[in-house]
Design a protein around this ligand. Structure first.
Ligand code: ARG
Length: 466
């Protein structure tokens, strides 16, 4: 029967559109490995508690092993009519071992089953992302160390502000990515409680051992409340929120790469490996990978908003709306992986141009105005606010003449403040300015070298993120 309302897409009426909206096996088959692990743990707990016989338990475990092989060899046929990955695996188990298969679902519901599978999947995703961010930090630290003394303009409001080093600039991102890792590590810690055994909503009358199941699946403990266990997806939201903030950081770095690689800046150049041409303008070298990292942040943020919206109006406990959680998280994970790999690739590929950066740090010779004000404050014991004012007059003079601060004569400087001496000229080069920033966390080349070494210890040695 073709529905008048739904048009020609469906060969029959409500039944086929019901399957169309309900089916999830197209995407939730990504949970197959976790589903098999969960079933194995549940089955051995049932045997240990005498709920299922050892014989049936063995048959189930063997059947699950065969299914695992079928899935990894690609021979397993996922059927849409069986709705989701859980029903597909259970139905195949029945094909393979017959009656004992029916005992596996004792004291279990798809509600606690899917919550367990998905937690394990997100847990593994947190570990993978943590590892991939570590690789990005590693190449950033290497490049930062090579450019510990490479002078460039530091910007505020995208206006040249003070000289910094390129290495210092890159290490700023190493810190951001370090905090990103800590968010994934933290999300992982919080999610590591086991829902299995919560049943559909209320727990079960069978004498199960939830601590045993939790332990077998490497969870820290069982979740304390069966209703919470089947109904919250905050662990997925934690993951998406951490992914969103990571995407902000990757997008900002990507934006800088787009700027830096434009001929106007010329601070870096991508090789052909990370450049694309224009179909019309032969001279173009476009930084498409950086633009796409910046652009993909949109869908990553969208994932968080999508799941927040799905969850916000749901009464306890499970509602089918929650099936929408998986595609969102899978898609965000895929985008994050791609963006991390592309960003790491671009950092390795980019060729910094130290001469262009140095020249940009000194286009008008005014970038060391703060150094002049600091000199006046420190050497003449004049309050900084007043020194700022004196420096302002000198800057105005230089600007009026169209020369650098360092190109003014001592007499001209003394028109603004008579006690200024020849000594002032030493602090007016970008190199002297950067080298003087020795305060902790500052841009002086020696600091940057030390910070690169410290970052290596903090971030690249195995173990939990600090
Ligand atoms: N495919 C479902 C999901 O992803 C599994 C749980 C279904 N539970 C139920 N009672 N219908 O949410």
């Amino acid at each position: 029967m073709t529905s008048k309302i739904w048009g020609g897409r469906f060969s029959s009426g409500p039944a086929s559109i019901m399957e169309e909206i309900n089916v999830s096996v197209g995407f939730d088959q990504r949970l197959a490995k976790q589903d098999l692990l969960g079933s194995r743990a549940h089955c051995s707990m049932l045997v240990a508690r005498g709920i299922v016989s050892a014989e049936d338990g063995d048959a189930i475990q063997e059947g699950l092993t065969r299914i695992e092989k079928e899935i990894s060899s690609g021979a397993f046929h996922f059927k849409r009519a069986l709705e989701d990955v859980h029903m597909n695996i259970e139905s195949r188990l029945a094909d393979l071992i017959g009656a004992p298969a029916g005992r596996l679902h004792t004291a279990r519901s798809r509600n606690d089953q899917v919550a367990t599978d998905f937690r394990m999947w997100v847990r593994a995703a947190c570990d993978t992302v943590d590892d991939e961010i570590r690789k990005l930090q590693s190449v950033l630290i290497d490049t930062a160390e090579q450019h510990a003394a490479t002078i460039m303009p530091g910007f505020t409001h995208l206006q040249p502000a003070q000289p910094v080093t390129f290495g210092h600039h890159l290490l700023a991102y190493v810190e951001m990515f370090g905090r990103d890792r800590s968010r994934f590590v933290d999300a992982r810690k919080r999610l590591n409680e086991c829902p299995l055994g919560a049943g559909a909503i209320a727990g079960t009358s069978f004498p199960i051992d939830r601590a045993l199941t939790a332990e077998k699946l490497n969870f820290d403990r069982p979740m304390a409340n069966s209703m919470d266990a089947v109904s919250d997806r905050d662990f997925a939201l934690d993951f998406l929120a951490a992914a969103g903030i990571l995407a902000v950081h990757m997008s900002r770095l990507a934006e800088e790469m787009v700027n830096w690689s434009s001929p106007q800046f010329g601070f870096i150049r991508f090789t052909d490996a990370f450049s694309t041409g224009s179909s019309m303008m032969p001279q173009k070298r476009n930084p498409d990978a950086a633009e796409l990292v910046r652009g993909k942040s949109g869908r990553i943020f969208g994932g968080l908003v999508a799941l927040l919206t799905v969850m916000k109006g749901l009464p306890l406990t499970y509602s089918k709306d929650m099936q929408e959680d998986k595609e969102t998280v899978f898609a965000v994970f895929d985008s994050i992986e791609l963006c991390l790999a592309a960003t790491t690739g671009m950092v390795v590929d980019m060729k910094p141009n130290a001469a262009r950066m140095r020249a940009a740090a000194d286009t008008d010779g005014l970038i060391t105005a703060t150094d002049l004000a600091d000199w006046v404050t420190q050497k003449l014991n004049i309050p900084f606010r007043e020194a700022h004012h004196i420096t302002g007059k000198i800057v105005k003079l230089a600007e009026g003449k169209g020369v650098a601060l360092g190109a003014l004569s001592l007499a001209e400087m003394q028109m603004a403040e008579p006690r200024i001496t020849e000594d002032v000229f030493k602090v007016l080069t970008p190199e002297a300015s950067a080298a003087s920033r020795t305060s902790f966390g500052g841009t002086a080349p020696d600091n940057v070298r030390q910070q690169a070494e410290a970052a290596r210890k903090r971030f690249l040695t195995r173990g939990p993120t600090p």
